[in-house]
Design a protein around this ligand. Structure first.
Ligand code: PGA
Length: 246
């Protein structure tokens, strides 16, 4: 059982339409119950659903966030993009930046760094994703990869108060496979030790589900979870939260 304040962040990726809104009723009801003792639920749907989710969550404590943003703080001629101020303006409080699915599409550490700075300036809380690929893990490069992602991604960012680091091994995302608890404890501690001043909140992401949460919740250094696939099923999402506290 944990008594810690925990964050449960639902990453819906490129899924969901207006007909998904009904599926949120169960979660809204649950969020008002006492079962979620100390903690916060945050939904990151696609841009197209942000406003509908915001309206749906009006009378409860569930927050919303986006899955990415443009790097510019200023408005400008960038067809097809959304900047962090626009997200803040429609009620989002969070944004995921540096997800491996976007890194694969060409997002560099430098670009990620710009996005984080701009999002923090817009008063969004940033969920900064880091993680190694399977090949990097096999070549024992996990630590050096994480170090590089942290060093460049957070270059010249001194205030970590609104920062979350989501450790998501790339090989674990959507595969059903997670690192051993011992491995995870070591990696999470390694990440924490890289911060001299204020340590950001640390999340784990990658195939979190109602079965493995019993083991994952034993990792004391974690402040929550970034949940993809399982978060689209309200029962599974609620189960993950319940089991974290029981
Ligand atoms: P998953 O996704 O839970 O489906 O593995 C996690 C993520 O990509 O954030």
């Amino acid at each position: 059982m944990t008594n810690k304040y925990m964050y449960f962040i639902a990453n819906w990726k490129m899924y969901g339409g207006l007909n998904s809104l009904n599926s949120l009723n169960k979660v809204i009801k649950f969020s008002k119950s006492r079962e979620i003792k100390k903690g916060r639920l945050i939904y990151c749907p696609p841009y197209t659903l942000l406003n509908s989710f915001f309206t749906k969550f009006k009378n409860c404590l569930i927050d919303i966030g986006a899955q990415n943003c443009h790097q510019n703080y200023e408005y400008g001629p960038h067809t097809g993009y959304i900047n962090p101020r626009m997200l803040k303006n429609i009620g989002a409080n969070y944004v995921i930046i540096g997800h491996s699915e976007n890194r694969t599409n060409g997002e560099t550490d430098k670009l990620i760094n710009k996005k984080i700075k701009s999002a923090l300036r817009s008063k969004l809380k940033v969920i900064f994703c880091i993680g190694e690929t399977l090949a990097e893990k096999k070549n024992k490069k996990t630590k050096s990869v994480l170090l590089k992602q942290i060093k460049f991604g957070l270059n010249k960012i001194n205030n970590n108060s609104n920062l979350f680091i989501a450790y998501e091994p790339v090989w674990s995302i959507g595969t059903g496979r997670i690192p051993s608890i011992k491995e995870l404890e070591q990696t999470i501690r390694f990440i924490k030790n890289k911060f001299k001043k204020k340590i950001p909140k640390i999340l784990y992401g990658g195939s979190v589900n109602p079965r493995n949460i019993k083991d994952l919740k034993t990792i004391k250094d974690l402040d929550g979870f970034l949940i993809g696939g399982a978060s689209q099923n309200p029962k599974k999402f609620i189960d993950i939260v319940k089991k974290t506290y029981n």
